[in-house]
Design a binder for this molecule. Structure first.
Ligand code: CA
Length: 256
């Protein structure tokens, strides 16, 4: 978060560097904006730049989609038909560390400052070019992911599974797995502790905010999804073993 009073000093230095280092792996951007004249060209530009884009035209839809989609970044307009984007920002921050870029109208200095105080990572001022915005999105993702990730160490291998923390890629027998951000983080933690039990509490703490209401069920949903993607039979799992009442243990995968 930038200090109030020195809004985004780095912004100008990213201009002209849109083709800078690509962030590997496909990122999902949730565009919270009600004006189609903005969302239509913007989602097209994001798709062209290799992002998955989803649109939430209201504050309610934004909170709903932020929860169900687990976007990698939220682009948040402050003027929404059913409320202020600032409230959405505050609500998102209660439960999630997802990077947020707020979109403000020209001259709304107060909104910008409040947005940053509420935990937004950056802001853009309307009107903006898609090119400028994509550069800003890349910059925020680079910054937040560099902070969130452990140092780029070697790939963790567990039997036929490979988990690459630096590139946020996981594969099974050499085939890339299409994992959501949280699924990846669950697998990564289990892989780092392969052979040992990782408690539910630790998973919830490290992958989710512990305060996130309903997260216990969420963990099970994510483990189920992971098992499906690993083609693990929940009744007789090869990889993710349930340790009843305690947590989960990742094993090297017994013969299928
Ligand atoms: Ca709007």
């Amino acid at each position: 978060m930038e200090a109030a009073g020195s809004p985004s000093p780095a912004a100008s230095s990213f201009r002209g560097h849109t083709d800078d280092v690509q962030i590997p792996g496909k990122r999902t951007v949730l565009v919270v904006e009600d004006e189609e004249s903005i969302t239509t060209p913007l989602t097209a530009a994001l798709a062209r730049e290799g992002f998955d884009a989803a649109v939430a035209p209201t504050a309610a839809a934004a909170l709903e989609l932020a929860r169900s989609l687990e976007p990698d970044l939220v682009l948040l307009d402050l003027m929404l038909p059913d409320g202020s984007g600032l409230d959405v920002c505050r609500e998102l921050r209660r439960t999630s560390k997802v990077p947020i870029i707020v979109v403000t109208a020209r001259g709304d200095e107060a909104d910008r400052v409040v947005g940053l105080e509420l935990g937004a990572d950056d802001y853009v001022v309307k009107p903006f070019s898609a090119r400028e915005l994509v550069a800003r999105i890349r910059a925020v993702l680079r910054r937040t992911e560099a902070l969130a990730e452990p140092p780029p160490d070697k790939v963790i291998r567990v039997g036929p599974l490979a988990v690459d923390s630096a590139r946020r890629l996981a594969s099974l027998e050499g085939n890339a797995l299409a994992l959501s951000r949280k699924e990846f983080e669950v697998l990564e933690l289990l892989a780092r502790e392969a052979g040992r039990v990782v408690t539910r509490e630790r998973l919830l703490q490290e992958v989710w905010d512990t305060e996130w209401f309903g997260s216990t069920k969420t963990l099970d949903v994510h483990v189920s999804a992971l098992r499906r993607k690993l083609r693990d039979d929940p009744a007789e799992p090869r990889f993710i073993h349930t340790v009843r009442g305690v947590g989960f243990r990742l094993s090297e995968g017994d013969a299928p």
